[in-house]
Ligand binder design. Structure first.
Ligand code: FAD
Ligand code: AMP
Length: 479
């Protein structure tokens, strides 16, 4: 007989596990089904909660970004402080073991949180049937359990997109998961796609010594970011040694005894380049394979996303969907917020996600972060704006840190002064953006930030001065 619950959650990534915990906090009997297994180490293949984010996404990438930045700093930053280190070396196996340890600690932590909140955890592949029933299948496709619930939350996340005719072989042509697990530093690394993931992973291996070439099909760099910030980013990344080729569309990959060759066109000319490994980072698609039985009624749109309204309701009553598998940015915190909101709606409360205030962060060095709209987007809508910017080079703290790079740019409505977007590139901007997210959530004006006291000397003074600059009254630069 089918086990019965108030809520079945499919997927234990930030969307699913957060939804499951919040449902349990609200007194709902909850089960969470997840198929993810541990990637590395002694427990490889065992169930591992936390989804893409904890296992093969946000956390392992940040662990490697941090290790590689420390190594890079020893060579490139320490001398300026008068510190010399001879024969700095990177032990890739140790670096990877540290990363695996961090991942294990966090994924095991989710298992403990499930236990403490009485969320039942089931390992397997969930498949939605008719009448609020979910089958759980093992790897061979055999049904191992049947569950039934009043409400179902789908949080299956996303998987990397493969290029046509250039499938992952997981040795020479890898996805982001493969690029997080290299056991040595590839001499020449080709990255296809200059998006967030391509730039972060390209930075990791470039800092460790790879010659990295990034091929990007579009002509404009980081189209999702404000273009003033994108221009600065491209300048800085190029300075660091990333060979970024824009308007370069990869057409073919040949692997033979002679090596690995990527063929691409750029400005209508055919080119090719030899590399030792290729990371395909051309985006992600919803992970809906095998999730929905044909008669369950849940609709998928043309892009493969589960169709939902602004409340995360699917076409089928009592079935909800959140996270990477639905519209909106593929970001862990967006998934988690949707998970909480759906749990609260199910419990009869009011769920809320402010889609205008979702922060974006790219964890390169310098970091890039923003919230709200770009100058280009606002101008396209005919909104009259005023902007103010301030360079980190004019702050004492960034100079003391030997990181006088980048800027904060603030955009406000020309007439009401309401903040419409804040865009940053520079040291620790992943942390600095929080203040601006809060300000925008409270519908603050640039003057509200300008009138707020910021500690001296801190990096946040750049945010303060950018707000002052909106009214041309920044103190530490000529307006
Ligand atoms: P996921 O985290 O993808 O979780 C879905 C889970 O459901 C997975 O465990 C999957 O195995 C499981 N599943 C799928 N289908 C089924 C099924 N039918 N039955 C059972 N289980 C199923 N975002 C950020 O915000 N910040 C970052 O720094 C960041 N860095 C990233 C770096 C990399 C390399 C990658 C790949 C992604 C990164 N992301 C980052 C994106 C982030 O990981 C995703 O936005 C986030 O994980 C989405 O959460 P989710 O819960 O929707 O899905
Ligand atoms: P993101 O969607 O942020 O992960 O970024 C993926 C990037 O890959 C986008 O900027 C795409 O333009 C780029 N891209 C997609 N296909 C190709 C291709 N064949 N060659 C080069 N770049 C590509």
């Amino acid at each position: 007989m089918a086990m019965s619950f108030d809520v079945i959650v499919i997927g234990a990534g930030p969307g699913g596990y957060v939804a499951a915990i919040r449902c349990a906090q609200l007194g709902l009997t909850t089960v969470c089904i997840d198929s993810q297994a541990k990637q590395n180490g002694g427990q490889k293949g065992k169930p591992s909660l936390g989804g893409t984010c904890l296992n093969i996404g946000c956390i392992p990438s940040k662990a490697l970004l941090d290790s590689s930045e420390q190594y890079h700093n020893i060579i490139h930053q320490f001398p300026a402080h008068g510190i010399s280190v001879d024969n700095a070396a990177i032990d890739v196996a140790k670096m990877q073991a540290r990363k695996d340890n961090i991942v294990s600690g966090l994924t095991d932590g989710i298992a403990q949180l499930f236990k403490a909140n009485k969320v039942m955890s089931v390992h397997g592949h969930g498949r939605v049937m008719q009448d609020n029933t979910v089958n759980v299948l093992d790897d061979s496709g055999k049904i191992i359990q049947t569950l039934i619930a009043r409400e179902i939350i789908l949080a299956p996340g996303s998987v990397p997109i493969e290029l046509p005719d250039m499938p992952f072989d997981h040795e020479f042509i890898v996805d982001s998961t493969g690029a997080l697990s290299f056991d040595h530093v590839p001499k020449r690394l080709g990255i296809i796609g200059a998006g967030v993931i391509g730039l972060e992973l390209g930075s990791v291996w470039n800092r460790l010594g790879s010659e990295v070439v990034v091929l990007e099909a579009l002509d404009d760099f980081l189209v999702v970011a404000d273009q003033q910030i994108a221009r600065e980013a491209k300048k800085q990344f190029t300075k660091q040694g990333l060979d970024i080729r824009m308007g370069a569309v990869v057409k073919k990959i040949d692997i033979d005894e002679g090596g690995i060759r990527m063929s691409y066109t750029q400005k209508d000319r055919d080119n090719n380049i030899e590399v030792d490994r290729i990371v395909v980072a051309v985006g992600r698609r919803p992970a809906t394979d095998g999730l929905l039985s044909p008669d369950c009624g849940v609709a998928i749109n043309q892009g493969g996303f589960i169709e939902v309204d602004d409340q995360c309701k699917t076409d089928v009553p009592h079935i909800w969907a959140v996270g990477d598998a639905v519209r909106g940015p593929m970001l862990a915190h967006k998934s988690a917020e949707e998970g909480v909101a759906v749990a609260e709606r199910i419990a009869g409360s009011v769920g809320h996600v402010d889609f205008n205030c979702v922060p974006w962060v790219i964890y390169t060095s310098p970091e890039i972060a923003w919230v709200g709209q770009t100058e280009k987007e606002l101008k396209k809508q005919g909104i009259e704006i005023k902007t103010g910017s301030f360079p980190f080079a004019a702050t004492g703290r960034a100079r003391a840190m030997e990181q006088p790079i980048g800027l904060v740019k603030m955009i406000a409505d020309k007439h009401t002064d309401r903040l419409l977007g804040v865009h940053m590139i520079g040291p620790h901007v992943s942390e600095l953006i929080g203040e601006c997210v809060l300000a925008m959530a409270y519908q603050a004006s640039s003057e509200d930030i300008a009138r707020t006291i910021h500690a001296h000397p801190t990096l946040s003074e750049a945010t303060h001065e950018a707000a002052l600059a909106v009214d041309k009254r920044a103190i530490h630069k000529v307006n």
